[in-house]
Design a protein around this ligand. Structure first.
Ligand code: C5P
Length: 294
C-alpha cells in the first residue's frame, strides 16, 4: 500500500481506499458493551491520498471535507507508531475524496495509511501483526484497512480473515447530504434483540466471493432497521433511490451512504444517472484487491 515518491524515501504517498460492507450482521451484545459483529468488507477505488514527508516536527494539513476527528485519527496513528518506534517527525498532508462520517471507513483508512506510510518512512520495521495491534486500538475498522482487498471481520469487526475480492461488479454509491451525529452509538443502542442474526448471511456472502459471483440479493445490513428508526430521513432517501432506479440499495456500515451493484460499467453509469436528481454525492467505484494497494 503506497509508493515511494523518491528513491531515498524521504517522502511517501499512500492511497487510502474507502470500503463498503457487503454484509454486516449484529450477533448480540458483548459484556464490554460493544456488539459482536460478522461483516464482509470490500475496499473500493474511491481513495483519499496521504502524503508524508520526513520533518523535525509533526504537522497535518487537510484538503477537502474532513472533520476534526478524521484529522485526529491520522495524528493519533502517528503518535501511536512513534511511541513504538520513535522516528523523526513527519509532515502529513491528507487529500480527502471519501465523504467523512458516511459509512465508508474514510477516517479508519486514513489511520491505516498513516501507519503503513510512517512504518516505511521511518524504517520502523513493524510487521503486519504489530501494525494490526496498533490499528485495533485506534478503531475497529482500522485492522481491515491494513489488509485491504476483501475480508471477513469478526469480533468488533477487527478480527480479519482475507477473502478473494468481488469480481465483475461495479459499485454505485449515493451519499445523502445530511449528517448523522453520534450515529454509531445511537444506531447500536436502537438494535432490538429480534434483529440479531447468526452470521449465516455473512458466511454466504464470503462463499459468493470465493465462487466469484456476488449479486445484489446477497447483500445485507443488520443495522438498517435500527438506522431508519433513529434517523428517519434515511427512510425517505432510500425510498427515493429505489423509486428512481427501480432497484435495491444497501446501507454501508452505519450509513448514511447507500450502494447498489451493477455488472458492467455502462449499467453502473445508467444507475448513477437515474438517481442524479436526488440530493447528495454519487460515486461509481470498482473493488480493489489487496495487491492493488501495495
Ligand atoms: O467504534 P465507535 O467508538 O465509533 O462506536 C461508538 C459506539 O457504538 C460504542 O461506544 C458502542 O456503544 C457502539 N458500538 C457497538 N458495537 C460495535 C461498535 C460500536 O455497540 N461493534
Amino acid at each position: 500500500m503506497g509508493k515511494g515518491l523518491h528513491r531515498d524515501t524521504v517522502a511517501v504517498e499512500v492511497l487510502a481506499p474507502a470500503k463498503v460492507n457487503l454484509s454486516l450482521e449484529v450477533l448480540g451484545r458483548r459484556a464490554d458493551g460493544y456488539h459482536e459483529l460478522m461483516t464482509v468488507f470490500q475496499a473500493i477505488d474511491l481513495c483519499d491520498v496521504l502524503t508524508i514527508e520526513e520533518s523535525d516536527t509533526l504537522s497535518l494539513t487537510v484538503e477537502g471535507d474532513a472533520p476534526a476527528s478524521e484529522e485526529n485519527l491520522v495524528l493519533r496513528a502517528t503518535r501511536a507508531l512513534w511511541a513504538r518506534s520513535p522516528g523523526r517527525g513527519a509532515r502529513l498532508h491528507l487529500q480527502k475524496e471519501i465523504p467523512a462520517g458516511a459509512g465508508l471507513g474514510g477516517g479508519s483508512s486514513d489511520a491505516a495509511a498513516a501507519l503503513v506510510g510512517l512504518n516505511r518512512l521511518w524504517a520502523a520495521g513493524l510487521g503486519q501483526e504489530e501494525l494490526v495491534g496498533i490499528g485495533r486500538e485506534l478503531g475497529a475498522d482500522v485492522p481491515f484497512f491494513l489488509y485491504g482487498g476483501a475480508a471477513l471481520g469478526a469480533g468488533r469487526g477487527d478480527v480479519i480473515e482475507p477473502l478473494p475480492p468481488a469480481r465483475g461488479v461495479w459499485f454505485v454509491l449515493s451519499t445523502p447530504p445530511f449528517a448523522l451525529p453520534g450515529k454509531t452509538g445511537r444506531i447500536f443502542s436502537q438494535m432490538r434483540v429480534d434483529e440479531y442474526t447468526d452470521g449465516s448471511r455473512t458466511l454466504a456472502v464470503a462463499e459468493s466471493l470465493r465462487r466469484g459471483r456476488l449479486s445484489q440479493a446477497d447483500l445485507y445490513n443488520g443495522l438498517h432497521a435500527a438506522a431508519r428508526r433513529e434517523f428517519v430521513d434515511l427512510l425517505g432517501y432510500v425510498a427515493g433511490l429505489r423509486r428512481a432506479s427501480h432497484r435495491d440499495w444497501t446501507l454501508s456500515g452505519a450509513g448514511p451512504t447507500f450502494y447498489s451493484i451493477a455488472t458492467s460499467s455502462s449499467e453502473a453509469d445508467h444507475v448513477a444517472a437515474s438517481v442524479a436528481s436526488l440530493p447528495g454525492r454519487r460515486f461509481v467505484a470498482l473493488p480493489v484487491t489487496a495487491a492493488d494497494q501495495l
